[in-house]
Design a protein around this ligand. Structure first.
Ligand code: NAG
Ligand code: NAG
Ligand code: NAG
Length: 621
């Protein structure tokens, strides 16, 4: 560590960031963010200058450019495999792995470097795009910044333009402290909002995690829009439309929910404790006309009650008492547990209600599944209700969980092993707590190349976004109808509001790629290849760095090429084993292997005693 510290201060003295600007423009939930950093090499010899920024996981990088002595070097998006072959040298040096890596729950890190001549300058410019997803009734635009030194000319500018009026707007995040509050200005006017964050060099050393090295943290802009038209808003531009559908004036549908809880040995300790505490809260939040069931599984599958029962306060209390007694033990028989849940829901048909399965597991299936195909829950569910898979920690077989959830119109989510795991579980539950529509289909006349139009549920606080191409170049012929199971049939007419930005097409491409990548996971053979090909073609056309493409960054030194890949959630390499030898002991004293729970924090504490040697062994599945 000592030598690292010296290195850093030496670098920051002679490498000066003359300006650092982040400019984010949000047009109807579609955010395009540009980070521009101008750096001066004040050394009297050439120096390697680093550029390192963090961007949201959900975003696609769409552009990277370096400008050195008036010459520009653009990153080029290519098919992943082709890029890899072409630049096998860079791959062999291990550089492709490092350019973009996953850090923590919500961010990815992009880093590169370039050698700059004495007293010369370089400008780095990175652009990324994301469609903000509505959760818990709001959109969050997260901007992370850590320039590694105070910067005299530092600016974050955000411009939001929505079609309906903005209903509320709030600036949050760990950069928004009392000391920095006066660096933020917010202006709002109907459909538009401007947020500027211009902290002085002095202020940049004063936020929560900021040090002499300057800013380190997030600015989060949270907002929502008015929903005067219950059928949503449609925006049309250059033959592409985007339909935002999030009615809030509907009554909730009572639900039948089954929680399938892993109590295998690996859940022992804090994980099972956090699960119990989350369940306690969740059960308390059930509405009295909801019906619920609890299934526990390890190598065997047990039910609390053989059938779903109504969430009356006395039943909920009984369930809470039962939850208190859950202990971890045994192996992991996910398949039989899910099938049991499906059987219970299938037996419990209730007019006008919505059924949901929520599976929580921390392990790979190691019993039951071997002899059965993983698609058996799919056959049993038959598309009748969604299955959500929550993977606790990094020992889970995330691919398996995600595939199973996607095949059953649900989704998979990772729960990070941390002190707030219980809040993460409750947060997920809240997203699906209030179904407002079920078996929903959005029908469009006069449109083609649509993104996903069928949804098993619409939950309060979320939003469904469908994009497509208008056929016959005719706005008049576009008609929308929303058909849902729960006695509601809405009819909508296009509410055309021409805009200056050409964003509808990019929203369409972004959604299409995201959905094709998910769909591809559940397909096989020719269909799988077709979905992959379509996602690849769109990624290339719109220059998105997705799991199928890579960005090749060529530097002035010709042989020096880097390749940026998008990290994938299912392939995160987090399991870490650490062995350490204390200085006071001989080498022969080795502590038992310690598991570091996650890599979400930068600081790990091993021991209060001086460590002589630390071995860190990383492995990935
Ligand atoms: C931010 O980017 C937009 C779109 O490129 C541009 O119109 C605007 O002038 C930029 N704002 C600032 C403050 O640079
Ligand atoms: C849906 O959420 C909004 C707040 O976002 C709330 O005002 C409304 O009552 C909720 N609707 C139902 C049916 O719970
Ligand atoms: C849209 O669909 C038509 C056929 O339905 C196809 O010919 C066209 O290429 C598609 N457009 C895009 C941009 O994929």
């Amino acid at each position: 560590t000592q030598s690292n510290l010296t290195k850093r201060s030496e670098t920051s003295e002679n490498v000066e960031i003359s300006s650092f600007h982040i400019n984010s423009t949000v047009t109807s939930r579609y955010a395009i963010t540009v980070i521009t950093s101008r750096v001066k090499n004040r050394h009297t010899d050439s120096k390697e200058i680093h550029f390192k920024v963090k961007i949201p996981k959900n975003a696609f990088i769409s552009k990277f450019r370096m400008t050195i002595e008036g010459k520009t070097y653009d990153g080029v998006v290519k098919e992943k495999e082709a890029a890899q072959q072409q630049y096998s040298e860079a791959v062999a040096r291990g550089e492709s792995a490092g350019v973009v890596s996953s850090v923590g729950r919500t961010l990815e890190e992009f880093k590169t470097s370039v050698t700059v001549a004495a007293l010369s300058k370089v400008t780095f410019e990175l652009t990324y795009e994301e469609l903000l997803q509505r959760r818990h009734g709001k959109y969050d635009l997260l901007i992370h910044t850590q320039p590694m030194q105070p910067v005299a000319d530092f600016k974050i500018d955000v411009y939001i333009k929505e079609n309906p009026d903005i209903s509320f707007l709030e600036v949050k995040g760990d950069l928004y402290t009392d000391e920095l509050a006066n660096a933020v200005t917010t202006t709002r006017s109907g459909k538009e909002a401007w947020i500027h964050f211009y902290p002085t060099s002095d202020q940049q050393t004063k936020c929560l995690r900021c040090t002499a090295d300057g800013l380190d943290g997030d600015l989060i802009i949270t907002y929502d829009v008015e929903r005067k038209n219950p059928n949503g808003d449609i925006q049309i531009m250059n033959d592409y439309f985007v339909h935002f559908f999030a009615p809030s004036n509907l009554v909730r549908i009572p639900k039948n929910v089954i929680f399938i809880i892993d109590r295998s040995g690996s859940m022992h300790g804090r994980k099972i404790q956090q699960t119990r505490s989350a369940l306690d809260q969740i059960l308390g939040d059930l509405d009295s006309d909801d019906h619920f069931g609890l299934i526990l599984f390890d190598s065997s599958v047990d039910v609390w009650k053989p059938e779903l029962i109504q969430a009356t306060s006395s039943n909920v209390n009984l369930a809470k008492q039962f939850v208190e007694t859950i202990q971890a033990r045994g192996a992991t028989n996910i398949n039989d547990a899910v099938l049991k849940g499906v059987a219970m829901l299938n037996k419990h048909q209730r007019e006008g209600s919505a059924s949901i399965l929520i599976l929580l597991t921390d392990g790979a299936p190691n019993e039951g599944t071997k002899t059965q195909t993983p698609s058996s829950p799919r056959a049993a569910i038959g598309g009748k209700f969604p299955l959500y898979s929550l993977g606790f920690g990094f020992d889970v077989n995330y691919d398996f969980l995600e595939k199973m959830a996607l095949e059953n119109s649900g989704l998979a989510r990772r729960i990070y092993e941390d002190s707030d795991a219980s809040d993460q579980l409750q947060g997920f539950y809240k997203e699906v707590a209030t179904p407002l529509l079920s078996d929903l289909e959005l029908l469009y006349e006069g449109a083609s190349n649509l993104t996903e139009t069928a949804y098993s549920m619409y939950y309060n606080g979320s939003e469904i976004i469908v994009a497509g191409e208008i056929t016959n170049n005719s706005l008049e012929s576009l008609k929308v109808e929303v058909v849902a199971f729960s006695d509601v049939s809405l009819k909508a007419l296009p509410d055309v509001e021409p805009q200056h930005e050409n964003f509808t097409r990019r929203v369409w491409a972004y959604l299409k790629v995201k959905q094709l990548l998910k769909k591809e996971l559940t397909l096989t053979g020719e269909e799988k290849e077709k979905a992959k090909k379509e996602a690849l073609d769109l990624s290339l056309k719109y220059s998105f760095v997705t799991p199928l493409t890579s960005m090749v960054v060529t530097k002035p030194q010709k042989s020096d090429t880097q390749i940026a890949h998008k990290p994938e959630e299912s392939k995160e390499e987090t399991p870490v084993l650490c062995f350490y030898v204390l200085k006071s002991h001989a080498l022969s004293v080795t502590q038992a292997p310690q598991r570091v729970p996650t890599l979400t924090h930068h600081t790990w504490y091993f021991s209060r005693l001086p460590i002589h040697r630390l071995y860190i062994i990383m492995y990935s599945r």
